[in-house]
Ligand binder design. Sequence first.
Ligand SMILES: Cc1cc2nc3c(=O)[nH]c(=O)nc-3n(C[C@H](O)[C@H](O)[C@H](O)COP(=O)(O)OP(=O)(O)OC[C@H]3O[C@@H](n4cnc5c(N)ncnc54)[C@H](O)[C@@H]3O)c2cc1C
Length: 446
Amino acid sequence: MNLLYEDKKQRLKEFLRVHRGAGIRLGKSTSNLFRDRNKIAAQRLDVRDFNTVLRVDVPGAFVEVEGMTPYFKLVDECLKQHVMPAVVPQLKSITIGGAAAGCGIESSSFRYGLVHETVQEMEILLGNGDTRLCTPDNEHCDLFHGFPNSYGTLGYALKLKVKVVPVKKYVKLTRIRHTDPTAYFAELSRQCGRRDVDFVDGVVFGRDNMVITLGQFSDKAPYVSDYTDKNIYYKSLRMRSEDYLTIEDYIWRWDTDWFWCSKNLFAQNPLIRRLYGKSRLNSITYTKIMRWNSRWRLMHYLNKLSGIHSESVIQDVEIPIERAPEFLAFYHEVIRFMPVWICPTRAYDGNAKFDLYRMDPLKLYVNFGFWDVIRGRKKLPPGYYNRQVEETTTALGGMKSLYSDSYFTRDQFWALYNKPAYERLKKKYDPDSVFKDLYRKCVLKE
Ligand SMILES: Cc1cc2nc3c(=O)[nH]c(=O)nc-3n(C[C@H](O)[C@H](O)[C@H](O)COP(=O)(O)OP(=O)(O)OC[C@H]3O[C@@H](n4cnc5c(N)ncnc54)[C@H](O)[C@@H]3O)c2cc1C
């Protein structure tokens, strides 16, 4: 038992007992949430110090870690022991608890599933200050399986036990290019069946320009590339058919330029890039700038002055692979901005059912990640583009992450995210509604 952890937990318990009925919000210094919240009075539960890696157990193949530990710290500790968490979301400041509550994904998801599928045990703080130890098969297995996609509306994960896998020093990258979507997704599906591949993801650059990147652990590398400074990783995908990175650089390959979104903050202009400096080229810097912009609504006023209307379309959706060409066709017609991140994912344990994010365990899914702003002179109804993404995703049997804007009606939302299961969990674990309800939090932005 880690005494410090127990002491910190006690502090939170007391806080919740004192502030009972006040409305609670997580007090953290970073966030990767991309929906602005309406300002509502709430007490901040200060969890900033729940950021310790408690134990890396290599023979047991797990790590025990506090819930608000950012992945950059968790990965650092794990790599010292030559292991990594089985799935590491790409952005350094994403925390293990946030990724488990918000369905994190990465290029090892074709083998291990979403982040929550790599979690073996969680200690969850409830709104009344009690904690529950949840495993897939103990008396609180309902909370264990209902936690993914609950976004802090059932309780907060304070401590987790998570699967780790051995790593090698380098990752060899191999690229496969396609010009036809049907052939591209068929190839993706084939590659996901290989046992000798450790990572699979891809990028769509245009209607006839699609790339798959395969990653394989390697003890040796004839050379290593560096995309943490002058060179930009996503650009290399179009130029190199083969590449080598250190394992650490592979894990964070998307962080330096926030995939490609750093271009909106001018960080891909060589001169401005130099002004940022290597140490500030990362998602933590970019989210700070975006939050500042969102607070002062700078772009909003600039757009207004120039008569431009805009809508943020920042979404990750999972589509069954057999419907992926249809989703891409819709995307090319309606949303259009490029590139699009492609990441395959499949259930790790076909018998595990995660009630609030139901995916067919027998199917391979494709995550489409697209993050930009659509601008135009015509004033369109709010959520014009995002609603079409939601409708198409649902029609194709897919699921949409809830970390950014959502426009579902209550009925659409609850048909997708399993109202009966959520109500059962809410009644049992948060009967006094200390935390918001999922629809109010994720769609109404309360
Ligand atoms: C541009 C962009 C790209 C993204 N790409 C990816 C991606 O490729 N892969 C991926 O996995 N994710 C991606 N995300 C989404 C990200 O994983 C989720 O937003 C995740 O929930 C953020 O975790 P966080 O730790 O930063 O949590 P926060 O942003 O602080 O919180 C997110 C939500 O989770 C809840 N929460 C946080 N910690 C806990 C906890 N310990 N217990 C219970 N609830 C908690 C909060 O209440 C909040 O509702 C992306 C986001 C953006 C903006």
